[in-house]
Design a protein around this ligand. Sequence first.
Ligand code: SF4
Length: 327
Amino acid sequence: MTPFKFSIAENPSAAIGLLSKNDRAAFLAGGTNILDLMKEQVANPTEIVDLGRLKLSSIIASATGISLGALAKNTETANHPIIRKDYPLLSKAILAGASAQIRNMASNGGNLLQRTRCSYFYDIAMPCNKRNPGSGCAAMEGFNRMHAIFGWSDKCVAVYPSDMAIALSALNASVKVMQTSGTERIIPFGDFHVLPKDHPEKDNSLNFGELITSIDLPKNNFAGHSAYVKVRDRNSYAFALVSVAAGFELQGNNIANAQIAMGGVAHKPWRATKAEAFLKGKPATKAIFTKAAELEMSTAKPLSHNKFKIEMGKQTLINAFELALKG
Ligand code: SF4
């Protein structure tokens, strides 16, 4: 690990001020990803700005929804009584991720900022445009079983690893950020993470020095009909090959509204807009679910080792729809 300076911030403005003075500094919240990156020398910050004293860990319900503090822990968020009652999709997705020990340490803001688990990204002997822009993409011609089938570019085929963020995408969350000027801006969740295009070194739309203060969720009508399904190589402590977060609003046996996102398939949470549009107003039957899933997967572009993700994606969508219907 490269030696670094350790600075402690007392409030959000001080944290942003410290980071802004050093373009090789990094924030530290739960530390569950950045410390691994530093140990492997994938990230080499010269200064760590500790956020542990910032008062950003409240979870506050209001008339319009709920606000999740950026520093609230994943475990606390998943087990919060209002999240369990009104946003069970989020609770299920968080509990499907990582391990109990990691969820106890990981913060909500940090969860959104975790980096890809592409094995070539973590191997500093290999070319990787995300770690070292311009060096190439070892996964493109290498072993790419875990990689993307939607939205990839010839610069990067990595997938985004969070489970929590897939549910947040389906639930139309937004991310509240304090800018370096001290003013706030709100980023709709769909605009927060980005596709790789020509700049895979950039995972999201944050500017350097900006600090996530909360993740905000509007009220929804999905509490009775939602599901998170994660398919992975082993049942615990593994990242998704494919995952699906689905919420239905039903009128009788018809689907009045469907909000669906997929994980393990793209560089960002992949909102299943084709399936959503197809399902709206249709009866909730297996035949309709199958057509919606086929439509969504019809534009997938697999790599040499992950063609199986197309059928797996279809079946995982259908499975999530059926579980959401049962509630
Ligand atoms: Fe790097 Fe992306 Fe290629 Fe993986 S897929 S080696 S993260 S550029």
